[in-house]
Structure formats: structure tokens, C-alpha cells
Design a protein around this ligand. Structure first.
Ligand SMILES: NC(=O)c1ccc[n+]([C@@H]2O[C@H](COP(=O)([O-])OP(=O)(O)OC[C@H]3O[C@@H](n4cnc5c(N)ncnc54)[C@H](O)[C@@H]3O)[C@@H](O)[C@H]2O)c1
Length: 437
């Protein structure tokens, strides 16, 4: 056993969230409810997972939180920004995800969390408009205002450390351009109000400039451009993005590796969803949906490698649809029809009907990303944290690398990084030594 490579998680950790909507309020209310013994942190690796250490004969399987120093739930303080003025109790009530009786039990704590004024521009989220918005000034001045908010939050709440997780709406599709290439071009763009800089980038810039870890839960670029990676390295800041991997894509990256492992062919994969929350309303706009579509379509290619196996996957038709359907609220229904082929090309079908709860699936991911990014910071890890791709639909990776989407490869990577930080041996599953005389 080696030395733990991270400093202890002392003092309070602030988790700051741009976008106090369904996901963020379900996350915050959930953490407070769990803290009060009103529920279990189901779906959270940091709270529930155990990890095998050493050889199988040693039988060591502690909790991850006992292998690496993670911030305790009781030491977390929550805050955030939104263009609507509702406090977290009101926003959680409007989101209609959690039972009102549960929310009422923790009403005082939730009502005390009021959104700071957002950096918002309707051009990037066409279906929304709200009053709680910072006005005037250049994009650089807006970034400075976010930094001032963070300083004030830290001081008011006595936080030792802060992390930021973007839970704001999905912004319109933006391609990486010249302004995103270097810290210098990004800063120039911030001063000149370059339209390639979306609000999510202004928050990300503010966080990274201050050395605050940043995760992006939506599919918009945000910190996934060279300039942000350069800035993260300069300021010694860990980053992770993008787009929480929760419902349909989670299932896809579970099923596809299984089909691929058996070398079964896939002729087509049709995925459609109905959802009726605010996220669904935003994604009803084609420019915003395009961002999500690109993120959702990416996962199969890397897992199936059609270029190596054209006879199995070369002609696969992959389609993803999201339909806004208000009656379902946050309770999304996702259907998948998978046309597969077996021995001699005989066709078969798999149908998946996932009646999920979007924010219930996303909330533990916010917690894990925040706690692991805080750990990474204390372990002096900077730049892209590929080991957190386990949580993301469209993982950010180093230039020249392709992302890995297979959930099980991602989980192995995460666990090996935990072992590495915890000063434990990396496990490669070779296992031949158990059979040596
Ligand atoms: N729930 C899931 O399973 C899931 C999975 C993957 C990604 N996401 C993404 O997570 C994000 C949040 O989802 P949600 O269901 O909570 O949506 P939501 O619409 O309920 O919440 C988003 C909130 O962000 C606010 N907002 C938008 N732009 C902002 C800005 N510039 N600054 C501050 N606040 C801003 C909105 O007012 C809204 O309250 C979305 O982008 C969604 O696509 C969610």
C-alpha cells in the first residue's frame, strides 16, 4: 500500500450550480434529505460503492469514500444562479420531481438558497426568458461579476473550497471556432462580446480562472474547447464534460458493449423519447436539440467500430428523437428498438421501454462529479479528468484521443484512478498468478 495522493477534505465545500432547475433542485433537496436521514443516496458511487483492493485472496472491499478522502455530505453548502427568482424550495416544487411532503420537511433549508443573478442571453436558449439576469457590460465584465459572486459566496458561507457543476439549460449548437483556441483569443473574445462565447463559457471561464473545478452536465461546449483546457492547466484546475449520461444513453452504453462482445450485428437502432419538463421545452427548439442530438448519436460508433466490422455494423441506421410532451413532466419515457442480426444474418429485435425519472437519475451524478472533482483538485490533478467519463454522454478527452463510451470500461478506469489516488495497486484482471503452482 502506498501513500494517499490527496490532501484531506477539511472544512466546508461549496457546490455552486448555474441553472437551479429540475436536476439541480433534485440534487440539492436530495442531499439535504439524505443528511437528515430522510432517504438513501441511491445511484451515487461516492456514497454507496465499494471497491476491491489488492488480490482477490485478500478479500478487501472497503467503500470508495474510505479509500480516498471525499468531502462529507454534512460539510457541503449549496448555491447557484438562475434567470428565475424562485428559491430552491419553490423551484423544486415547480419541477414536480420530489414529493411535496418531503420538500416541506426541509423547506427552511431549501428556501434559504436563493439564486444569484444569471449570466443569460436568450439567443443561446431560445425558449426561455427571465428577470433574474445580470445586465450591461462586456462578457468579460460578466465573468468578473460571476467571480465576485463566488468570492462572496465563499466568504458568506465560510467555504474552504468550491466546485461548479453546470446544470443550466442546453444551449444552441456552437462549433469550435478561432475564439476558442487559446486563452488569449478567449479573453479577447470576452472583451469583444464574441458571439462564439455562450453564457456557459462565461461561468466556466470564471471558475477556471479562480482554480475552481468545473463539470458540464449539458451537451453545449462550455469547457470542451482548447482555450478552457489550456486555462485549466494554467490554473491547476480539473474539468469534466459533457452531458450527464442518465437514461437512454446509459442503457445504450450498457447494451451495445454486450451485443458487440458477442459479435451480434446491428442493422438499426431507433431511439425516441417523450418528456415534458422545462428541459424538454428547451430541446423542442431545433437549434438546442441539435446540440443534444450530436451528443446522443456519438456513443455507438466508438463501441461498435463499424470501420473494422462493416458486415456487422457498416449499414447501421441510428436515429434519436426527443419529443416534448407536457403531461409526462420529468417522468420521461424512452423507447429503443434495436434490429439485430445473428448467425447467418438471421434478424431479431430487442425492445427497451425505460420509464425513467430524469432528474432522479441525474442528481447522484451531480454529487459524484462534484466530490470527485474536489478530490482531483486536492490530488493536484489538472485539466481533463477522463476517468469521470463514466458520468458523461460525450466525454471530453485529450486531443487526438477518441472517447470511450462503454460503461464498464469507464467504470474500471474510474476505479483504477481511485486506487491510484488511494495509494493502492492498479488492478488489470490478468489473474494468471492464482493458477501458478
Ligand atoms: N435530467 C437528465 O437526465 C439530464 C441528462 C443529461 C443532461 N441534462 C441536462 O442538464 C441540464 C438541466 O436539466 P434540467 O432538467 O434541470 O432542466 P431545467 O430546465 O429544469 O433546468 C435548467 C435551469 O437552467 C436555467 N438556466 C438556463 N440558462 C441559464 C444560465 N445561463 N444561467 C443560469 N441559469 C440558467 C433555467 O432557467 C432552468 O431553471 C439541461 O441542459 C439538460 O439537458 C439532464
Amino acid at each position: 500500500m502506498g501513500e494517499v495522493k490527496a490532501t484531506p477534505a477539511t472544512g466546508k465545500l461549496g457546490i455552486l450550480i448555474p441553472g437551479l432547475g429540475a436536476v439541480a433542485t433534485t440534487f440539492i433537496a436530495g442531499c439535504i434529505a439524505i443528511r437528515e436521514g430522510l432517504g438513501q443516496p441511491i445511484g451515487s458511487i461516492t456514497q454507496m460503492a465499494t471497491i476491491r483492493l489488492g488480490k482477490r485472496t485478500e478479500n478487501r472491499k472497503p467503500h470508495i469514500k474510505d479509500v480516498v478522502p471525499l468531502a462529507d455530505l454534512k460539510d457541503i453548502v449549496f448555491g447557484g444562479w438562475d434567470l428565475f427568482e424562485d428559491n430552491v424550495y419553490e423551484a423544486a416544487t415547480n419541477a414536480e420531481v420530489l414529493d411535496q411532503r418531503l420538500l416541506d420537511k426541509i423547506k427552511d433549508e431549501l428556501s434559504a438558497i436563493k439564486p444569484m443573478k444569471a449570466v443569460f442571453d436568450k439567443n443561446y436558449v431560445k425558449r426561455l426568458d427571465g428577470p433574474n439576469v445580470k445586465t450591461g457590460g462586456t462578457k468579460m465584465e460578466l465573468a468578473e461579476a460571476v467571480m465576485a459572486d463566488i468570492e462572496k459566496f465563499k466568504a458568506d458561507n465560510g467555504c474552504e473550497r468550491v466546485v461548479m457543476v453546470w446544470c443550466g439549460s442546453t444551449e444552441i449548437y456552437i462549433e469550435e471556432g478561432d475564439v476558442h483556441q487559446t486563452v488569449a483569443s478567449l479573453e479577447e473574445g470576452l472583451r469583444n462580446n464574441d458571439e462564439g462565447i455562450a453564457p456557459s463559457m462565461i461561468y466556466a471561464y470564471a471558475a477556471l480562472k479562480m482554480g475552481i473545478p468545473y463539470a458540464n452536465g449539458a451537451p453545449n461546449l462550455s469547457c470542451d474547447v482548447p482555450a478552457m483546457v489550456e486555462l485549466a492547466k494554467q490554473t491547476g484546475t480539473p474539468i469534466a464534460g459533457k452531458d450527464f449520461k442518465t437514461g437512454q444513453t446509459l442503457m445504450k452504453t450498457v447494451l451495445a458493449p454486450g451485443l458487440k462482445a458477442r459479435y451480434l450485428g446491428i442493422a438499426g437502432w431507433f431511439s425516441t423519447n417523450i418528456l415534458g419538463n422545462r428541459d424538454g421545452a428547451v430541446l423542442d427548439d431545433p437549434d438546442n436539440f441539435k446540440t443534444k442530438e450530436v451528443s446522443k448519436l456519438g456513443v455507438l460508433e466508438e463501441i461498435l467500430e463499424p470501420e473494422l466490422h462493416p458486415e456487422l455494423y457498416g449499414d447501421m441506421y441510428h436515429k434519436v428523437r426527443i419529443n416534448y410532451y407536457p403531461p409526462r413532466g420529468d417522468n420521461k419515457e424512452g423507447w429503443d428498438n434495436i434490429d439485430i442480426t445473428g448467425w447467418l444474418g438471421y434478424p431479431m429485435q430487442i425492445k427497451v421501454d425505460f420509464l425513467c425519472r430524469d432528474s432522479i437519475l441525474a442528481a447522484p451524478l451531480v454529487l459524484d462529479l462534484a466530490l470527485f472533482l474536489d478530490l482531483a483538485k486536492r490530488a493536484e490533478m489538472k485539466g481533463i479528468q477522463e476517468w469521470l467519463s463514466f458520468y458523461l454522454k460525450s466525454p471530453q478527452v485529450a486531443k487526438g484521443l477518441y472517447p470511450q463510451h462503454d460503461l464498464f470500461k469507464q467504470f474500471e478506469k474510474l476505479k483504477n484512478v481511485v486506487r491510484h489516488i488511494g495509494g493502492e495497486e492498479i488492478i488489470n484482471h490478468l489473474g494468471l498468478d492464482y493458477y501458478e503452482e
